[in-house]
Design a binder for this molecule. Structure first.
Ligand SMILES: [Zn+2]
Length: 107
């Protein structure tokens, strides 16, 4: 009985990898794969590979890769800042929306 349970657990683990970059290419269709030359991790986009190499292997970068990492990092920073501003706007709208609903229905 214990063997059956461990076999099922091992099978589930293979079907649902914990790291999204370990998924097979067939899971995402015909998207190209970008493989890190130092640790063989695979990424779905070139930007993710560039960001990974800049963080995990900073000493292995040449000048072109370093410049690409700077550009990808700046783009990621802009995207995160934009997300934070939009999230803050949604929170403020929800706060005042519920406040006005409370004022309207409680009075
Ligand atoms: Zn790597």
């Amino acid at each position: 009985m214990t063997d059956t349970h461990s076999a099922v657990t091992a099978g589930d683990r293979e079907e649902t990898p914990s790291d999204p970059s370990d998924r097979a290419a067939s899971d995402v269709g015909d998207s190209p794969e970008y493989v890190c030359g130092d640790c063989d991790r695979r990424f779905y986009t070139e930007d993710l590979l560039v960001l990974h190499r800049g963080v995990a292997h900073p000493n292995a970068l040449d000048d072109a890769e370093r410049e690409a990492y700077r550009k990808a990092y700046a783009a990621e920073e802009r995207a995160i800042r934009s997300f934070r501003i939009r999230a803050l706007g949604i929170l403020v709208a929800l706060y005042f929306g519920f406040l006005f609903l409370y004022v309207f229905y409680a009075s």
